[in-house]
Design a protein. Structure first.
Length: 116
C-alpha cells in the first residue's frame, strides 16, 4: 500500500475558497486502478505565519498505481484549473509519499453496524 500526501499552507481568509475548490472538482479518482481512499484534512491555524494547514491524503494499492494516476488524463483534468482559483497560498504544496509498513484496523464489535 502507498500513501500520497500534499500539504498546503492556505493564507488566512482563503480557507473556504480552498475547500470549495476541492469539494467541487471532479478528480475521477474512483475510476483509477489501485485507488483506495481520499481524505481532505484541515489542520491548525498558524497565526504567526498567517495560514491554515491543509493536506490531501490518498491511499493506493501500490506506488506504481499512484504514479500511473499522476501520468493519466484524469490527473491532468483534475488539476487543469488549479491556478485559476481565488485561493492564496504561502508557497507551493509539499508532497510526501509513504510506503505502508504496517496497517492496523479497529474492527467493529460483532453484530453492530458501523457507519464510518
Amino acid at each position: 500500500m502507498y500513501t500520497a500526501m500534499n500539504r498546503f499552507k492556505v493564507q488566512n481568509g482563503s480557507e473556504e475558497a480552498f475547500e470549495d475548490v476541492w469539494k467541487n472538482r471532479d478528480s475521477s479518482l474512483s475510476g483509477m486502478q489501485g485507488f483506495r481512499e481520499f481524505h481532505l484534512l484541515r489542520g491548525p491555524v498558524n497565526e504567526t505565519q498567517g495560514c491554515t494547514l491543509f493536506a490531501s491524503h490518498t491511499v493506493w494499492a501500490s506506488q506504481e498505481d499512484f504514479v500511473a494516476w499522476t501520468k493519466s488524463e484524469n490527473f491532468r483534468a483534475a488539476h487543469r484549473n488549479a491556478g485559476g482559483s481565488k485561493v492564496h497560498y504561502l508557497g507551493h504544496p509539499q508532497f510526501e509519499g509513504f510506503s505502508v509498513l504496517e496497517r492496523r484496523l479497529n474492527a467493529p464489535p460483532p453484530n453492530s453496524s458501523r457507519a464510518d
